[in-house]
Design a protein around this ligand. Sequence first.
Ligand code: NI
Length: 180
Amino acid sequence: MCSIGAAQSRLNMGAFTYPRSEPGSGGHMDLVERLNTFPNALRQELAGVPETAAIARPADGSWSIDDVLGHLCDHARFLHQRLSMMINLEEPRLASYDEGELAAARHAQSASRRDLLTEFSERRAATVEMLSELVHWNWARAGRHEELGRISIRQLVDRALAHDQNHLEQIRALKQAAKT
Ligand code: NI
């Protein structure tokens, strides 16, 4: 096994990252691939959605499709920030944030849907690139989540994948509701 310092200088990454060429060291590329394909799934789901449907907020005051898209951008930003801290720091504190406040501040209703999709795709691509460099055991690196407690990179990515799917379902339901 090489020393941490050598690995760091070779890869120019954070502490405790090792070369991927070591046998049996591949990371969770199946999970990375699912993160990677989501922006396209989202793009397809949003193709051809009329403007009125995209900004329609349900009667209960919850989010429109555009609000959800803005929220996904915010979520992608925090996910990247948190994962980066977990890779580079020793059990960093992962502060929580108010997603409702961020969504309101973003004014997604008047933003361009194309811009939101581009922002999300770019943020996600950066995360995919960062995670692709990790070896298997890096995925056990952890942070201290303000609400969830100690959480590993693997667990945070699992949650992000579930989060993707939940909001995709939400968008489908909103599309359906706009038709009726
Ligand atoms: Ni969410």
